[in-house]
Design a protein around this ligand. Sequence first.
Ligand SMILES: Nc1nc2c(c(=O)[nH]1)N[C@H]1C(S)=C(S)[C@@H](COP(=O)(O)OP(=O)(O)OC[C@H]3O[C@@H](n4cnc5c(=O)[nH]c(N)nc54)[C@H](O)[C@@H]3O)O[C@H]1N2
Ligand SMILES: Nc1nc2c(c(=O)[nH]1)N[C@H]1C(S)=C(S)[C@@H](COP(=O)(O)OP(=O)(O)OC[C@H]3O[C@@H](n4cnc5c(=O)[nH]c(N)nc54)[C@H](O)[C@@H]3O)O[C@H]1N2
Ligand code: SF4
Ligand SMILES: [Mo]
Length: 730
Amino acid sequence: MARIPVTEEALVERFGPHLNEAPPGGWDADLEIDRVVDTHCCFCGQQCGIKLKVHDNEVVGFEPWYEFPFNEGKLCPKGVKRYLQGSHPDRLLHPMVRDKGSPGGFRQVGWDDALARVVSEIQRIQATYGDDAFAMLSGVSLTNEKSYLVGKFARLALHTANLDYNGRFCMVSAGAGNKKALGMDRAPNPWSDIPLADVVWTAGTNVAETFPITTSYIWRARDRGAKLIVQDPRVVPLARTADLFLPVRPGTDSALFGAVLHELIRNDWLDHEFIDAHTVDFDQAAAAAADMTPAWAAEITGVPAARIGEAAELWGTSATGMMLHARGIEQQVKGTENVLAAINLGLATGKFGKPGCGVSTITGQGNGQGGREHGHKCDQLPGNRDITVPEHREAVAKVWGVDESEIPGKGLPAVAIIEAIHAGEIKGLLSICFNPAVSAPDVNFTREALDKLEFYATIDFFLSDTGRHADVVLPGSLHEEDEGTSTSGEGRIIKINAAVDPPGEARRDGEILCDIAERLGRGEHFRYGSNEEIFDELCRASSGGKADYTGATWDRIESEMGLFWPVPEVGHPGTPRLYEGGQFAFPDGKARFHAVPYRPPAEVVDDDYPIWLTSGRVVSQYLSGTQTRRIAGLVDQYPEPLCEMHPRLADSLGIKNGDQVTVTSRRGEITLPAAVVTTIRPDTVFIPYHWPGKKAANQLTIRAVDPVSAMPEFKVAAVKVARAGERAHP
Ligand SMILES: Nc1nc2c(c(=O)[nH]1)N[C@H]1C(S)=C(S)[C@@H](COP(=O)(O)OP(=O)(O)OC[C@H]3O[C@@H](n4cnc5c(=O)[nH]c(N)nc54)[C@H](O)[C@@H]3O)O[C@H]1N2
Ligand SMILES: Nc1nc2c(c(=O)[nH]1)N[C@H]1C(S)=C(S)[C@@H](COP(=O)(O)OP(=O)(O)OC[C@H]3O[C@@H](n4cnc5c(=O)[nH]c(N)nc54)[C@H](O)[C@@H]3O)O[C@H]1N2
Ligand code: SF4
Ligand SMILES: [Mo]
């Protein structure tokens, strides 16, 4: 429809003669700012510094925080829009209980009624079916203080073993690989090492869209002449300028890494001194790679043998180098193996513990690093301790003032919790900061499971798609409504400052948990005067663990613009770079090589499902989309999922750009527009997963998990694709 120009007369007629005069008190644009609060972004693991502008207990805008060293004022499209959440009309302001008769299926109730209901259901379910029949799911958009509190709450107040967190879908393969090979789980380097690398190799990460600020570190390396290798089934934006692009077939990364190790050995591009002095089991890794020739790997990975050789040469002959990997190699049933195979390449060439050298995961979620240290994983206690090790249990029991026997044992990981709910073994659930109805693999199964629960309560600030299945919804706090700390992907502990109070009847997450604990008769362990008190207890509980925060204080974190753990004693300067001098976190100080033979993905393509499916993200949406699908500017940028496919595949199926296509796997199907692009392997389609219901990519994904980390295989499934009905955009 053509636009009709609006005349001044028409406006005056509609709005009156004083149209252009400022209203009493001035225009909104002149809002007086009550204060500007230094804090951090609520989204990804880079935790960019940001200043929030506050007017009348509302966050009304932001300013760049130039002094914060990580991002020096830079922000991505999500960071600059995050402030639009607090005043969103969907913000939950009152507790609600399920009520079929009410509009939307919920009815407002008072806190007392809501919490009484939660407590009586916990007690009823645990009395009837046992303590472990009530589970808890948590998430790492939560601060360190809340992550720690959730771990303590599940073990001491709920007394359930079955607590797990959304990092199970995110960081666990990296964590398992890091611990097995290096002895602890943190990025080995501060990002200031990236510009010092002579070769930067990104494996399974779309840095420009998912870690936009990290791109600027890679550019700084490029400015110094660093070579860039990108390993991805798609020509992601960063790959457009790469020296070497490795278009790997989904699910085959360990074959590629194995062949690179093979080439490093064959050409003797090894650091023998480093291998001898600082590692063990090189021979086992070498034996496993003996037959992994580039020609063999080319068959499996689809990457030409010559390019595999070039990657080995660039990596093996450069003095410094960093590999950055993320979910592309980690969200596989062999995610841990892929990480170990990547670390093998760093160890073989001595690329650890020195400036510009490291093989590092890029942590995904906002507090994906801190949140995987403080004990809300099913097998973990604070300080990244192991819940099955008696000395670890005793150390934490002492800080908690309980007998060690009061701490339950190892529980089920997230997918297994969902399966146990489906099987009727777990009957009750409390969730905070997790939206598995969108983000879990095989969501049709997950939704069925949620409907089988006898009781489900959730703490969130928006009604998530999982929350729609709840019996009780408790309005918790947004990032800017609570104070605490977070630990960025670099391992830097940073301070999150509250800008405003929770609106309406919403309460701070931690207060809700402590209130429930009190009502369960476990209040004595949950009486804190402030979040800072929780932090101090967390530091004590971490003392002597691998993730040691002993010497950290809120004051230091704030005045030093962050503090890299481990900080093992008071006054310790913190540890930006790990493993210096080749000292790894094992009693003998030596890193472990691992033999990584190749094995195929859980599901492979066949005549019925001949196309590989992979999934991931787009720059303007975040995770399950609960937050970013409510922000107009971000929705405009990418309003609905698209199915990326290569023109050759599209032609063979008679599909044109914009056509509606139906993608089907053995679990479900999705109909969505095709985006025909030359930037993807012709045997693979890619769908971003940020949407719920019929638009959920996870209707297609498989529940198969990594045997070590229990990470689901989000990155590989077999599908078929066909044109559906009429073309959407002729
Ligand atoms: N915009 C935005 N940024 C985010 C997030 C977000 O939701 N939106 N989430 C944050 C979080 S929690 C995370 S975990 C990170 C994730 O960050 P990334 O891991 O960078 O993001 P993904 O899109 O999941 O996957 C990365 C790449 O893996 C590729 N890939 C798929 N299969 C394979 C494979 O088998 N092998 C290899 N080598 N590559 C493969 C995909 O094509 C994709 O380009 O992003 C963080 N940042
Ligand atoms: N197919 C496919 N699936 C994937 C992935 C993929 O690449 N492909 N990636 C996986 C990865 S890496 C991740 S991290 C997961 C993420 O999956 P989820 O953790 O389920 O995603 P979120 O959107 O973070 O959901 C968190 C919920 O917590 C709420 N929330 C956020 N912050 C707070 C807070 O401070 N307090 C409270 N009370 N609530 C809060 C949000 O409103 C939202 O409802 O998805 C996984 N799923
Ligand atoms: S890069 Fe990550 S932390 Fe920085 S503004 Fe964007 S989403 Fe926020
Ligand atoms: Mo993630």
